[in-house]
Design a protein around this ligand. Structure first.
Ligand SMILES: NC(=O)c1ccc[n+]([C@@H]2O[C@H](COP(=O)([O-])OP(=O)(O)OC[C@H]3O[C@@H](n4cnc5c(N)ncnc54)[C@H](O)[C@@H]3O)[C@@H](O)[C@H]2O)c1
Ligand SMILES: O=P(O)(O)OC[C@H](O)CO
Length: 326
């Protein structure tokens, strides 16, 4: 590939994606906010704060200037935390090259407006230029060049295929989809469910409970995503089931690890880096407003809100009326 890709957000995911697109042959500028990280990336080819000693490609450069990062970029990967996308985007759109495609790589629902990341982007650059990348992918794995597969969605399948071809490399396999809601809601909702799975793990409720929680959580993920237009077949793919399996079973997941800490009795932490914390309330609200049964998501929201203890949440989930499975 030749040409330029800009990556917004020099945290774990932005840096890993930037390394990955350089491996795919693109020139890449990473846009961040702190000069110390820029010096480490540009001079030492490392981002120790987020990715330890992983060696980044020497041609990867970071800048603090949006105009420089976005000038001439055909693709802009947006990898800042979901709750900062609405404030980060308006300052960027003005610098974007005409026709460039903005790809949300964040996983969450905006907690002020209830809007999805693609929805936020579409208001600025239009539906045709808004896309989503999601799927089972720890930044540290992608940065280290371990084999990974994700889904890239755009409303036009031709755009999705162009992005999948552009972003794939020998160790990152991108599948194309035209189901934006299905792909992005899988990623947003699995974070909430990973917190629940972490609680089960931290509370030492056993492997059987973890399997039950993950499976019933998946049923909720499918129902809520379907209510917002996600297609069932997308939810059994990488960005739904795939990412749920990854994050509901590994302490490498910040959401799972945060849930595990709560399960072990740690106090709630408003500043936790787990994206599911900030998406839980909106996910529960969307489920209520659409009349979708989502007791696990509601329980996570109530526990994070401080209104329900873990013990009471378990009792509540286990004492629900019995029903048919499907
Ligand atoms: N870390 C992962 O393994 C991973 C994998 C897939 C998806 N994601 C998703 O990617 C998103 C980012 O996660 P992360 O792990 O990189 O977070 P992070 O905390 O590692 O880094 C976030 C970065 O964004 C920067 N930032 C915040 N607001 C900004 C703004 N307005 N403009 C520019 N930069 C800004 C911060 O300074 C920080 O460098 C999240 O939605 C997360 O769910 C993360
Ligand atoms: O560490 P987490 O829980 O934010 O998960 C990271 C990625 O979303 C995994 O696909």
């Amino acid at each position: 590939m030749s040409g330029k890709i800009a990556v917004v957000g020099a945290g774990a995911w932005g840096t890993a994606l930037a390394a990955s697109v350089v491996r795919a042959g693109w020139s890449c500028l990473l846009l961040g906010r702190d000069s110390e990280t820029a010096a480490k990336i540009n001079e030492l080819h490392r981002n120790p704060r987020y990715l330890g000693e992983i060696e980044l490609p020497e041609t990867l450069r970071m800048t603090l200037e949006p105009a420089e990062a976005l000038a001439g970029a055909e693709i802009v990967l947006v990898a800042v935390p979901a709750q900062t996308v609405s404030s980060a985007l308006p300052g960027l759109a003005a610098f974007a090259a005409p026709g460039s495609v903005f790809v949300s790589c964040a996983k969450g629902i905006d907690r002020e407006t209830g809007r999805t990341m693609s929805g936020l982007m579409a208001t600025l650059v239009g539906n045709d230029r808004a896309a989503v990348l999601s799927g089972p992918s720890f930044a540290i794995d992608v940065a280290a060049g371990l084999p990974t597969a994700v889904t890239v969605a755009a409303s036009d399948i031709k755009t999705a295929k162009m992005l999948a071809e552009s972003l794939s490399n020998p160790v990152l396999r991108c599948y194309a989809s035209d189901d934006i809601p299905g792909v992005e809601l899988g990623g947003a909702l699995k974070n909430v469910l990973a917190i629940a799975a972490g609680i089960v793990h931290g509370r030492q409720l056993g492997a059987s409970a973890l399997a039950a929680l993950t499976t019933r959580g998946f049923a909720e993920l499918r129902r809520v995503a379907a209510a917002l237009g996600g297609r069932p077949e997308t939810l059994v793919g990488l960005s739904g089931l795939g990412d749920l399996i990854l994050t509901c079973g590994s302490e490498k997941s910040r959401n799972f690890a945060y849930g595990a800490a709560i399960g072990r009795g740690a106090p709630l932490d408003e500043l936790a880096l787990a994206e599911g914390v900030k998406t839980a309330a909106m996910a529960a609200r969307i489920a209520r407003e659409h009349g979708v049964e989502a007791p696990i998501i509601a329980a996570v929201d109530a526990v994070l809100d401080g209104g329900l203890s873990v013990e009471a949440a378990i009792d509540r989930l286990m004492s629900r009326p019995l029903k048919t499975e499907t």
